[in-house]
Design a protein around this ligand. Structure first.
Ligand code: BGP
Length: 488
C-alpha cells in the first residue's frame, strides 16, 4: 500500500440505483419500469444466473396485473424515497464526498412518451440533490440504470426502435435543464455491455418476442441506438451544463489466460477486446473494425441513419467509469473446467482466487491490472463507480454487525487503487456498490448485502427498514478522513 497517493479532490463515496433503493414504485405518478417486473425466486439457485434472470411475456403480463411488492422487491427497495434525508445523514457522517444515484426515467416520463414531464418526479430529485449539496455530497447521476419504462418495452420493442432514442434524449434534456445547478457529474448507460447478458433489464427486449436467429442482430441494433443516445446525451449535457463531466460505464471483467499456451493467451485477448468494445465506441467515437468484420461474417445488418457516424465521433465521453467485481479465466478447454458465476455471467474458475458466497471471484490485483490497462488504452480519467462484496451479515445480540470480511475486501481493493495511482493512473474517485444494503439486481435478495449501513429487511420484504451502522461503517469513515492513508 502506497500512502498519501490519493489526490486531495478524490471523490470517495458510494453507489446506488433508483430501482434498487427508492421503492415507492407507484407513488407520485411514477410509471412501471422493467425493474418492477423483476421477481424474487426463492427456489432458484442464487448462483445460477440464468435461472434468476429469464423473463417471458407471461411474466410481464402477471407483473402488470400485480400490486404485490414482496414478489417484486424492487418495488419496495429500502424506502429511500421517503428516508433519503436520514440516509444522507449517515453518508455524510462517513464523510462521503459523492453519492452515485440514478434518475428513474419513469418518475419523469411514466411511459417514456408523454409530452410533458411529471412535476412530482422532477421535484423529488431536486429535493434529493439539494439535500446532498447541504451535506457537501456531490451527486454523480446515472441517466439509465436498468429502469426503462415498461411501456417502451411493450410498445416500441425497447431500444430496438429508433424512436426510443428521441424519447431518451428528451428525458435527458429535461433533467439537464432542471438540475444544471446541482449536478456536475453524469453517467449515460450503466454497464452498457450488459445488453447481451440481460436484454430485458438493459434494453427492454424480451427474447421470446423475436425469432431466435434474429436476436443477435436485434441486440446489436438496440445497442447502436444506446450508443447514439449516449453520444447525444453527452452533446446536450455539455451544451446545457458547460462545466459538466459525463462518462460511459462499463462492466470491467478482466480475463486471464488459463496458462501460457498461446492459444489461451489469444482467447484471453479476444475476451478482453470484446469487453472493451463498448467503451472503445464511447471513447474513440467509432466502432472497432473487428466488430464490423464480425457482423459481416455473421450476416448481421445494423442500420445506421445518416449522421450516426458523425454523432459518435463528435460527442465522446470525458471520463471512463466502470464496475469491477471479478476476473475470469479464458480457456480453450472451458467445457471441462470448474465454473464460477458473476455479474450474470459465468466463466472458468481461477485456482488462485477465493470466491464470495455467491461464487464471484475476488481479485484485487485484477483491479490494479484493469486500471493500468484502461488508462493505457484511453488516456482518460477513470472512475470506479461500483465494487464490493455481497455477503450475508449476522446481527449480534447487542445489534452490532462485525463484517470483517467486508473490511478485508475493501482494504485489498483500495490498496490496489493506490498502487495503480502510484503507477501513474489518473483515478477520479471510488464509489463502492451499495454502501447501504439494497435489493440485489440479479437475485432480488436483500440478504445479499453490500452496505456499510445495515437495513433491517429480509428477502420476503419483512422488517422495520431501520438502519444501523456496521463495523465497516466506522472503518470506511476512517479511510475517507485519512484520504486513503489509514486502512488498518
Ligand atoms: C451491477 C449492477 C448493480 C448491482 C451490482 C451487484 O452489475 O450495475 O445494479 O446490483 O452489479 O449485483 P447484484 O445486485 O446482482 O449482486
Amino acid at each position: 500500500m502506497k500512502k498519501g497517493v490519493f489526490p486531495d479532490n478524490f471523490l470517495w463515496g458510494g453507489a446506488t440505483a433508483a430501482n434498487q433503493v427508492e421503492g415507492a414504485w407507484n407513488i407520485d405518478g411514477k410509471g412501471l419500469s422493467v425493474a418492477d417486473c423483476s421477481n424474487y425466486k426463492p427456489k432458484a439457485d442464487p448462483k445460477d444466473y440464468k435461472a434468476q434472470h429469464v423473463i417471458t411475456v407471461k411474466d410481464i403480463e402477471e407483473a402488470m396485473k400485480s400490486q404485490n411488492t414482496e414478489i417484486y422487491p424492487k418495488r419496495h427497495g429500502i424506502d429511500f424515497y421517503n428516508r433519503f434525508r436520514e440516509d444522507l445523514d449517515l453518508f455524510a457522517e462517513m464523510g462521503f464526498k459523492t453519492l452515485r444515484v440514478s434518475i428513474a426515467w419513469t418518475r419523469i416520463f411514466p411511459n417514456g412518451t408523454e409530452d410533458e414531464p411529471n412535476e412530482k418526479g422532477l421535484q423529488y430529485y431536486e429535493d434529493l440533490f439539494i439535500e446532498m449539496k447541504k451535506r457537501n455530497i456531490e451527486p454523480l447521476v446515472t441517466l439509465s440504470h436498468y429502469e426503462m419504462p415498461l411501456y417502451l418495452s411493450n410498445n416500441y420493442d425497447g431500444w430496438y426502435k429508433r424512436e426510443v432514442v428521441d424519447f431518451f434524449v428528451k428525458f435527458c434534456k429535461v433533467v439537464f435543464k432542471r438540475y444544471k445547478n446541482y449536478v456536475k457529474y453524469w453517467l449515460t448507460f450503466n454497464e452498457i455491455d450488459s445488453i447481451f447478458r440481460h436484454p430485458f433489464t438493459t434494453a427492454g427486449i424480451v427474447n421470446e418476442r423475436y425469432p431466435s436467429d434474429k436476436l443477435e442482430e436485434i441486440i446489436y441494433q438496440s445497442l447502436h441506438h444506446q450508443f447514439i443516445a449516449s453520444s447525444l446525451a453527452t452533446k446536450y449535457c455539455h451544451e446545457i451544463i458547460p462545466d459538466s463531466k459525463i462518462g460511459c460505464m462499463l462492466t470491467r471483467t478482466l480475463y486471464y489466460p488459463e496458462n501460457c499456451n498461446p492459444k489461451n493467451c489469444l482467447l484471453a485477448q479476444k475476451d478482453n477486446r470484446d469487453n472493451y468494445f463498448y467503451s472503445d465506441v464511447q471513447v474513440f467515437g467509432e466502432y472497432p473494425l473487428f466488430v464490423k468484420r464480425e457482423w459481416k461474417k455473421k450476416g448481421i445488418n445494423v442500420k445506421f441513419e445518416n449522421g450516426d457516424e458523425e454523432i459518435l465521433k463528435l460527442y465522446t465521453v470525458d471520463f471512463v467509469s466502470f464496475s469491477y467485481y471479478m476476473s475470469l479465466v479464458s480457456s480453450i478447454n472451458a467445457e471441462e473446467k470448474e465454473k464460477v458465476s458473476g455479474n450474470l455471467t459465468a466463466g472458468v474458475k481461477n485456482p488462485f482466487l477465493d470466491v464470495t458466497e455467491w461464487n464471484w471471484q475476488i481479485d484485487p490485483d485484477g483491479l490494479h491490472f484493469s486500471l493500468i490497462d484502461l488508462y493505457d488504452r484511453y488516456r482518460k480519467p477513470l472512475f470506479i463507480v461500483e465494487n464490493g462484496i455481497g455477503s450475508k451479515d449476522k446481527v449480534e445480540e447487542d445489534g452490532s454487525i462485525i463484517d470483517d470480511y467486508r473490511i478485508d475486501y475493501f482494504r485489498q481493493h483500495i490498496t490496489a487503487i493506490s498502487n495503480a495511482i502510484d503507477d501513474g493512473v489518473e483515478v477520479m474517485g471510488y464509489t463502492p456498490w451499495g454502501s447501504i444494503d439494497l435489493v440485489s439486481m440479479s437475485t432480488c435478495q436483500m440478504s445479499k448485502r453490500y452496505g456499510f449501513i445495515y437495513v433491517d429487511l429480509d428477502d420476503e420484504g419483512k422488517g422495520t427498514y431501520n438502519r444501523s451502522r456496521k463495523k465497516s461503517f466506522y472503518w470506511y469513515k476512517k479511510v475517507i478522513s485519512s484520504n486513503g492513508s489509514d486502512l488498518e
